[in-house]
Write a protein that binds this ligand. Sequence first.
Ligand SMILES: [Fe+2]
Ligand SMILES: [Fe+2]
Length: 275
Amino acid sequence: MMEGEREERLLAKIRAGEPIESPEEMTEEYRENLIHLMTMQADSELAGAYGYVPWITKAPTVEEKHVVAQIVEDEVRHAMVMYGLLADLGVDVEGRVRAHDQVFTMRIDSDADLGTARITSDKRVNIFYYPIDTWADFVFFNFCMDRGAGHQLEDVRTCSYGPWVRAIEGIFKEEKFHIRHGEYWVKRLAEDPATHAVAQATLNRWFIRTMNIFGRPASPKNVLYRKLRLKVRDNDEVRQAFLSEVKGLAGAVGLTLPEWKPAWAELPEESHIPG
Ligand SMILES: [Fe+2]
Ligand SMILES: [Fe+2]
């Protein structure tokens, strides 16, 4: 089949809301962009898991150590599922993970500001370069980033690639659990006068970092993703959905959101997922 004919058939299926199930149905453009987005998710899931690992030993109670261990298990499972989808498309996953395993554990200083830059050869979303130094960091990460990732995963739930849609349902449920864990602790830390100031300072950091993950409005990449139905909404629409939710929740426990200034010129063309 000629590439032009293949593209016509692919776009007709996407317009009709039919799932794409096999590499034979894909154009090279579709395959490349799908692999790029799923690799960003897979690498982020694994880098995220590694960042949580020390908190199995440092969490404040035995129950919380178990919760952290559970969250680490979830994230490694998400990585495994996503790398499995990539292997089905012919990606050398084992080679990739071997080459990056040391890189995935790399973290920068907490007070460094990366903006939207990515600094290693893996494809993790750049928020996963920041360290989780305190228990407040851990729970505000759940509160902000897992929620931000959840809003991005909403698009995946109705995207055009059938195997990804099916994989995302279980991942989505587990992310909800991480978000609830964040909410429980954010309320506790914010409402206790002894930890309120720490809660506000920690929210300030993770809120800004999360706002930076979504990409700039009306980016050409996003237009392409929407044509291929690998995404459904504009980057900024997803950001605004996150913002309005987190604003209400923070306000309810007496926290305020810091001002976030969009640096559109510096934002990545596209950004994707998870926590
Ligand atoms: Fe995850
Ligand atoms: Fe998560």
